[in-house]
Design a protein around this ligand. Sequence first.
Ligand SMILES: Nc1ncnc2c1ncn2[C@@H]1O[C@H](COP(=O)(O)OP(=O)(O)OP(=O)(O)O)[C@@H](O)[C@H]1O
Length: 717
Amino acid sequence: MAPSPSKPVALGSAAHAHTIRGIISQLTTMYLRNRTGISRAVYITLFVALVNRIRHSIADQRGASAREAEKRAQRAGTTAASGEDEEGKKKKVELNREFVRSLMRLLRIVVPGWRTKETQLLISHSFFLILRTLISLKVAAMDGAIVKALIKGNGREFLMRIVWWMLIAVPATFTNSMLAYHQAELSLRYRSRLTEYIHDQYLSKLTFYGISALDDRIKNADQLIAVDVTKFSTNLAELYSNLAKPILDMTIYTVSLSRNVGGEGVVFMSLLVQLSAAVMRALTPPFGKYVADEARLEGEFRFQHSRLIDHSEEVALYAGHEAEKDTLDKGYFTLIKHINYLLRRRFYHGFMEDYVVKYIWGALGLLLCSLPVFVKLPGHTVSSMGDRTESFVTNRRMLLGASDAFGRLMFSYKELMELAGFTSRVSSLLEVMDEVQAGNFSKKLVSSSDTEANAAALKSRGKVILSKDIEFVDVPIISPNGDVLVAALSFALKQGDHLLVVGPNGCGKSSLFRILGGLWPVYGGTVRKPHFSEIFYIPQRPYLSSGSLRQQIIYPDGPRTMRNKRVTDDDLAAILRTLSLEHLLDVYPGGWDAEAEWRDVLSGGLQQRIAMARLFYHRPRYAILDECTSSVTLDTEKVMYDTAKQLGITLMTVSHRRSLWKYHTHILQFDGQGKYVFTRLDADRRMRLEDEKEDLEVLLRGVPEIERRVRELAGEE
Ligand SMILES: Nc1ncnc2c1ncn2[C@@H]1O[C@H](COP(=O)(O)OP(=O)(O)OP(=O)(O)O)[C@@H](O)[C@H]1O
């Protein structure tokens, strides 16, 4: 009989299977014999891979920072030219290199060095974080021991363990309180550092003016400084404990767990957890951007309210409450719509996150804890039921700790995104402040202007030379929107020459003084002028600061500077008497120290007189008087101008009032079409000419009437 062909195959496959089984068993034995060594090799490889990954990201980030710096340098030269709109500039809020770069900049501000209070706080915070994890480990072991005593039915041991458990709770709760305290204190310190830094920058080199008038990238700096900085600081302080503690917990718990249940299970479970975490991260909405948008909308809503408070009288007189209500409602509903959308996204995300973190990972954890019960691991001799229960309870407790830590790490991704939102907002303020200080402004150009030519004009700069007198040589007056008001202005004024500036509305009269005061850049030509401190400006609506009556007169000096200048309250009273303001000292209780919201309690005319008193106190070499006598009588105006001249102040006035001509020696007259005339002013002659012109105009106005009457008479004849 021919041998069955299947037999050798069967024999062969049995032998084959036998060989494979033999190889597997040999490999398993080899693995179990060298298990510790292999585990170490795996851990070391993973660690080296991690370090390499971090090294590469840092190198990438450095390269990106250099490229970003290059791009910014290029952009700085072209922002004004491009007329780019705000949307185009809005940064995307993501956890990218830009975020790391911005965060690093803010971190250098909030923790400026090693020997600072912040570093001390961070170190002691870290100490308490480690202490809490160690205490938690001890508590986990004690839990296991308590349950073991219970299962054994050993009442004495059970009670003893409970007493120990209660004792360890004392350092545990103390540590918890210390952690909460450190977190709050750190947040406060970060906020103080940032606010101090921003105030220094914002209030130097007229940055606050540049941001609000010459640049339109930052809409509400107040909201950014008062609210977003606080939220950033709180978020950052929370994030440290929300990141550091779970990372620490995870490391310590995982090491202890792998000792109890074997490293393989832990590595396998970590891989599964990592995988599900990566999926969840991919499904996480861009919360950072949402938070930044929410903060912006909050800011806009607040701004609309503060505008209503500032202009309550005007709105009330116009009965504009319905229109204002519409604007406010619109702002509020836009905000609420966004918050509702955010809530919905958070709801779905929270649902998914909770399910994965609590239940999927929880089930994986139970499987892991059961390993020592169902699988015999080398080096683990679990014998009695009590021992098994103790090991299960301890492992379960540690695992809960580890998975809770991982869950918190996952949640902290959301917080990290929120931090990215606030980081983006705060750092955009810092960047715009830097650019404004460097003279790089970005403002939407007026559509009517020749955008390219004007943008080029806005980029170029003229010369400013310090001098005793004032001289403009071919200086263009260009509004921040790129509107050329005067192409090239030239005039010269010596000390003692008093200048009157006239012209139609919007022709650039005040803008000339903004250039003189250093508020607007000199876009071309040469400006010779005295130092900023020697020119005093009085606008039509004087600025009344908060503080006492005395402070209104001496602003921006403080009482100490006043004393240093050897000016007394009696000197100030004399100034008040000159302007017939002495009654203010009796009207408001407290005299010089009386405090009030001066802008509300003083009439327009009184405010203008206070502004003049301020001028007489400071006695500058030059004064710019911008329609600042519009609300006072001619008698008061005379006193103001005569006294100012007696004090040796050179006056530069913007006014349409003819009564002011006689106080000036020169006139600069704009025609509103970009042309101007600068001449000496012979007030009497000019007054005569103007009178004659007005008489003739009246006569001319009567001519049609005379003609009509002549025709009527001719008809009657
Ligand atoms: N911060 C700014 N941003 C953009 N444009 C501005 C800014 N300030 C002034 N302008 C524009 O510059 C032009 C000149 O303004 P300016 O205040 O010099 O006018 P003015 O001659 O003093 O007018 P008025 O007699 O009405 O006070 C106006 O068209 C004004 O809209």
